[in-house]
Write a protein that binds this ligand. Structure first.
Ligand code: DC
Length: 250
């Protein structure tokens, strides 16, 4: 299940809602640098619990792509914020749509990741996307992954996870992924790209990547995706015992 599960254009700039969205809806946040397996973990947890899933990085990726298509400079904050406020993004059955077009792997390239990281530094862009993200906290629950899910978007989330791994390990995972798809890849270049993106995400003045207060820290460098899932599931059982009993009983 993915955020929205519909191709609704998001409502754009919004404020005035409770920080962290509807407090009655349970939320799990998973933050961390690129390539730690946040997306896989979030999707798996959401499927296990029957909750919605928000891939917030996809928003920034789609925005970067849409900006490129419209010839908007990635440093033009006002134009990007205007675009973000009217972005016809939708999520449906694991697919990411822009104005109804299935973007497939177009937003999963290194170039798209870099463009996402660049548009994400602008405060007006982040403000334009905030309300829509909070609206994804709908019953029965939400698993949200990104950089600022636990710190700014859902500061009241019941469970916050910060997933990390060494830059070398993350670049190697990406390398294997690209080779597996038959694509050209160069490991030293990937390590450098990972480090650059980390630095931009961590050092920006607005919503920098950092672990939220109270977050469970998980270093996945030497762990398999299954190990990480089981470890985090233990935390879910601890924090949301009722939810878990419901799942177990289903
Ligand atoms: O998680 P990802 O690799 O798909 O994210 C792509 C970029 O988007 C990332 O480098 C920084 C930005 N991003 C962000 O600033 N805040 C988020 N909550 C998610 C992603």
């Amino acid at each position: 299940m993915t955020a929205g599960d519909s191709a609704d254009a998001h409502p754009g700039l919004g404020d005035g809602e409770a920080p962290g969205g509807n407090p009655a809806v349970p939320v799990i946040t998973i933050d961390g640098p690129s390539g730690t397996g946040k997306g896989t973990l979030a999707a798996r947890l959401a499927a296990h619990l029957g909750w919605h899933c928000l891939d917030s990085g996809a928003l920034y990726r789609v925005l970067g792509l849409a900006a490129g298509r419209r010839g908007i400079d990635l440093d033009d904050e006002a134009a990007l914020a205007g675009l973000a406020a009217n972005l016809g993004i939708g999520f449906a059955a694991g697919r990411v749509l822009l104005e109804g077009e299935d973007l497939g792997d177009l937003i999963r390239t290194e170039t798209a990741g870099l463009a996402a990281s660049r548009v994400a530094v602008h405060p007006l862009v982040r403000a334009a996307l905030l309300h829509w993200q909070r609206c994804q906290a709908r019953p029965p629950g939400l698993v949200a992954d990104g950089r600022d899910m636990g710190t700014l978007v859902f500061p009241r989330a019941g469970l916050k996870v910060f997933l990390d791994a060494s830059a070398q390990e993350r670049a190697e995972r990406r390398y294997k992924q690209l080779m597996g798809k038959g694509l050209d890849a160069n490991l030293p270049d990937l390590v450098e790209a990972v480090r650059q993106r980390d630095a931009r995400d961590r050092d920006r003045p607005v919503a920098p990547l950092r672990a939220a207060a109270g977050a469970v820290l998980v270093d996945s460098t030497a762990l398999s995706a299954n190990n990480v899932f089981e470890l985090v599931l233990e935390e879910v059982r601890r924090v949301f015992p009722d939810q878990f009993h419901q799942v177990a009983a289903d």
